[in-house]
Design a protein around this ligand. Structure first.
Ligand code: UGA
Length: 440
């Protein structure tokens, strides 16, 4: 089948590569000439395990191509996927200008029946606006062409996106036309084997499902972070509480890990956007606001622990392990590491940072500055520092040489923002160890 995908960012590229991998002819359209040129050369703009190989092989086989030309895009695919970004506006709502610009471009070029598929995370009602924008462009041209608009949200996790796409838990298809649902069923057939995972529903429900999924996961995390602060004050251990409640299958073990707050391009943006959507229809969504506030506060916890230990942090040097918002990505959007670094700098401290893949991204975000040293290894970061803070739970941080770290630090102070170490072991080795929800 022929598929066109607008937007060669995270979602667009993964969708394009995976659809090409199973034999479809995919054309990716983007407005950024630099990005298209790099993709044509086989260079991937993001870090995602497995993606580079997939793009390279499918490009070589001629199943995956890249273009700047929307006219070529509209002519190519029966399926027209919109996978452009929806960054937050100043007021927290999702900015739809890129989505609507693609809709306009489709309307300008449409010659025969097309299925326009919204894959970007977009507020409820966006499919109607996309339909309207295409309709306006057609009316402007004085032509009538049949088309459908479908909501097909994605549930990919960064760092595991290929696997999530190839083996989805569910494929949500929001449409008001049963024939369109069947065409999408055919497109997704290679990913929908053994038992039926395709859930056809009405468009607005599909749009809301995406926000509901992210918001409930964010809620679980904020709930646990709230409880971790309470556990500290009550002398309880949140890790024991976590296992105690996770064993109830109604609660489950996943997404109840307390930590230094959630980050990334999705949870913070989507929780805010859903709250905003609620406000726009006259409903005050109390829980969503609280989830967001608890998260903002939680991102400050590692800094507060350092401050409580050292008092004034001016002139101190803090080693930081982990910059990405989570392991297996170089993405630092809304990362807790940024809140910590910025608080440390404001307090006059220096940072020696190390991350297995996000160093370049950190350099790009903050540039050269005297109070940030980007180190070549985890051990180099602790060298001569006053304390070590672990903020992202990369595998390589799980079992480091604690003796060497202790000897490299001026003072054996360790703030574990993800509870990856054992407090008893840390105490035996002479560390002053702070973690989340387990003691002061
Ligand atoms: C999230 C969802 O998990 C995906 O299902 C969804 O498709 C995606 O957003 C999206 O909307 O595009 P992602 O942002 O890649 O995926 O990352 P997650 O693995 O969900 O982690 C988000 C944040 O929560 C990270 O900062 C992580 O450290 C934090 N987290 C996660 C916790 O603090 N505790 C947990 O128990 C789990």
């Amino acid at each position: 089948m022929k598929v066109t995908i607008y937007g060669s960012g995270y979602v667009g590229l993964v969708t394009g590569a995976c659809l090409a991998e199973v034999g479809n002819e995919v054309l990716c359209v983007d407005i950024d000439p630099d990005k298209i040129e790099r993709l044509q050369r086989g260079e991937i703009p993001i870090y995602e395990p497995g993606l580079e190989r997939m793009v390279e092989e499918n490009s070589r086989a001629g199943r995956l191509r890249f273009t700047l030309d929307p006219a070529e895009g509209v002519a190519h695919g029966l399926f027209q996927f919109i996978a452009v970004g929806t960054p937050p506006d100043e007021d927290g709502s999702a900015d739809l200008q890129h989505v609507l610009a693609v809709a306009g471009a489709i309307g300008e070029q449409l010659q025969e029946y097309r299925i326009v598929v919204n894959k970007s995370t977009v507020p409820v009602g966006t499919a109607d606006r996309v339909r309207e924008r295409i309709g306006q462009a057609l009316a402007g041209r004085g032509v009538q062409v049949e088309f459908d608009v479908v909501s097909n949200p994605e549930f990919l996790k960064e760092g595991a996106a290929i696997n999530d796409f190839m083996r989805p838990d569910r494929i949500v298809v929001g449409t008001d036309n049963p024939r369109t649902a069947e065409l999408l069923r055919a497109l997704y057939a290679p990913f929908n084997r053994n038992h039926d995972r395709l859930l056809a529903m009405d468009i607005r429900s599909a749009e809301l499902t995406k926000y509901a999924a992210n918001a409930i996961l964010a809620t679980k995390i904020s709930f646990m972070n709230e409880l971790s602060n309470l556990a500290e004050r009550l002398g309880a251990d949140i890790e024991q509480v976590r296992v105690g409640i996770g064993s109830d299958p109604r609660i489950g073990y996943q997404f109840i890990y307390p930590g230094a707050g959630y980050g990334g391009s999705c949870f913070p943006k989507d929780v805010k956007a859903l709250e905003r959507t609620a406000r726009d229809c006259g409903y005050h969504a109390e829980l969503l606001g609280a989830v967001e506030n608890v998260n903002e506060r939680q991102k400050q916890v590692p800094f507060t622990k350092l401050q409580q230990h050292f008092g004034d942090l001016g002139g101190r040097t803090i080693a930081l392990w982990g910059l990405a918002f989570k392991p297996n990505t170089d993405d630092m959007r809304e990362a807790s590491s940024r809140v910590l670094m910025e608080a440390l700098w404001a307090a006059g401290a220096r940072v020696r940072a190390y991350d297995p893949v996000a160093m370049e991204e950190c350099g790009r975000l903050y540039g050269e500055r005297g109070d940030l040293v980007l180190c070549d290894s985890a051990m180099a970061a602790v060298d001569g520092a006053d304390a070590l803070v672990v903020i992202t739970e990369w595998k390589e941080f799980r079992s480091p040489d604690f003796f060497q770290i202790r000897d490299s630090l001026n003072e054996p102070v360790l703030v574990d923002g993800r509870n990856i170490y054992d407090p008893a072991q840390m105490a035996t080795m002479g560390y002053t160890y702070y973690s989340i929800g387990r003691g002061p």
